[in-house]
Design a protein around this ligand. Structure first.
Ligand code: IYR
Length: 229
């Protein structure tokens, strides 16, 4: 074994390759990345212009770089471009949303949502060229088919979804976090195994030429942070 490696509890560890930015570069990069991500918006109006599968693959690979509890990587990203399936997903999602908007959601909730302009119609589920349905893997099976719960599954998959959303934005595409509730229908339609639970549904594509977004604003640094020096 080379001296550039070591064994910890019998497992191989290799040197971490630290990026080497000057403090000026670091400041510029942190500012540029923020400026770029600050342009991201949740968009509900999509173009049907196709997006190559390879782009979606790269976006999913990016999400797969997320940290996870005990490195279990408890996620599965199902990318759907099949129109028949998209139609079925839309129909089932709208069915649930109809009940949500017409009774299951409180008055207060509907009032909070009003500025976003959402409703039970989810035509983007058919128009967007891709739907990425994210599943969390609540347990894994060992060689003897015994179940072992994964760790910090919601946190891990949430972080991966954040990275997925950033990667989508980085490609010049748009998405929105759609959470039809309940969303068990997604596991059924996509015939997922019993250890997977639907977590989030993201339509991915180009924004429609005439897409509008609500004129809402982000909290300021002072509102979202406290510094203890
Ligand atoms: N799931 C519904 C309702 C909804 C809920 C929240 I909280 C939002 O931020 C947006 C929508 C829907 O997708 O319309």
């Amino acid at each position: 074994m080379s001296s550039r490696e070591k064994l910890i509890y019998g497992f191989r560890h290799v040197p971490y390759q630290q990026e080497d930015f000057s403090s000026g570069e670091m400041l510029d990069r942190s500012k540029e990345f923020y400026d770029w991500l600050d342009k991201r918006r949740s968009v509900r109006h999509f173009s049907d212009k196709p997006v190559p599968q390879e782009v979606i693959e790269n976006i999913i690979k990016t999400a797969g770089t997320a940290p996870s509890g005990a490195h279990k990587q408890p996620w599965k990203f199902c990318a759907v471009s099949n129109s028949d399936l998209k139609k079925k997903i839309r129909k089932a999602a709208e069915q649930e949303e109809k009940e949500n908007y017409r009774g299951r959601m409180s008055e207060r909730w509907l009032k909070d949502l009003a500025p976003l302009g959402t409703d039970e119609n989810k035509e983007f589920l058919e128009i967007a060229p891709w739907l990425i349905v994210v599943f969390k893997e609540v347990y894994e099976l060992d060689q003897n088919d015994e179940k072992h719960n994964n760790y910090y599954v919601n946190e891990s998959v949430g972080i991966a979804c954040g990275m997925l959303i950033s990667a989508i934005h980085n490609s010049g595409l748009v998405t929105l976090t759609h959470t039809p509730s309940p969303m068990n229908f997604l596991a059924e339609l996509l015939e997922r195994p019993s250890n997977e639970r639907a977590y989030l549904l993201l339509p991915v594509g180009y924004a429609a030429g005439d897409a509008f977004v609500p004129d809402i604003h982000r909290k300021k640094l002072e509102e979202i942070s406290e510094f203890y020096k």
